[in-house]
Design a protein. Sequence first.
Length: 129
Amino acid sequence: MNNKGFTLIEMLLTITMIALIVVVVSFSINSTLSISKEKSYNILKNNIINMTNMYIMECEANTINCSNDYVWNDNKTSFYANKLVLRGYFSQEELINPINEKDISNCLIVNVLVDENKVYTVSLDDSKC
């Protein structure tokens, strides 16, 4: 007999190997996307910190009028990130968490401390986001 086709076992092994490759590749892609989103969120937080430093320095130098934006209490102040949107440092679309695609401007709290040398330390509280 002259058989020119594949046996059932050969077909099942081929399908199993292809399925295994698809699972490994999809897991790798999901892992890479997750890491990329986390890095993007960290970059966004660093940008918020840098823009907050600029905002506070401009406010304290009276370059812009921020009299009703925040109040210093014991050398510290806090405000929501939407203040930076209102002042034009960010657009609303820029303050989207890349991990969950949600707007963080109304839940991200920006904390600012100032020392006796007028050095500002900015930290972010995203626990409510």
